[in-house]
Unconditional design. Sequence first.
Length: 176
Amino acid sequence: MDIVIEKGTEFDIDQLAQLYDDLNDFLAGSINYPGWIKGVYPIRENAVNGVTNDNLYVAKIAGKIVGSIILSHEPEPAYSKARWKIDSDYSSIFVVYTFVVHPDYLKNGIGTSLMDFAAQYCMAEHAKSIRLDVYENNVPAIKLYEKCGFEYIDTVDLGLGNYGLNHFKLYEKLLQ
């Protein structure tokens, strides 16, 4: 499988919205590790914002979007409570958002390819680190992040308790 990772465009939004719905339907019928809810997160608006902000990337196989990632310089407010490995403003730090893999392509290396792309891209942009948060019970994602060199930093509340998501683990990967 040849995976092509490229910047998402407005022409990708419909396919991304469908991917989000397919993934949420899949999660609703199995173990919902990330705690995502169809119509709440991720949704079409996340794709629109990622394309508008020019920071959404898609993984494609034979022209079909099989995964996506957003690389932003905007942290969640709770990130300020953590003691990160590197002290820097977010102009030189990327934060991972809306990291998804289509359920038909899980365990096929798409997630690893997207994480490797993120590290290479961020290094090319002279970033000092990549940060992310993950719901504490999202064991498959945590294993992937640790395999890709991310280190656990802290556990915080991102204010999503209304959805039963009280604690998120923060991870960081140093690039320099």
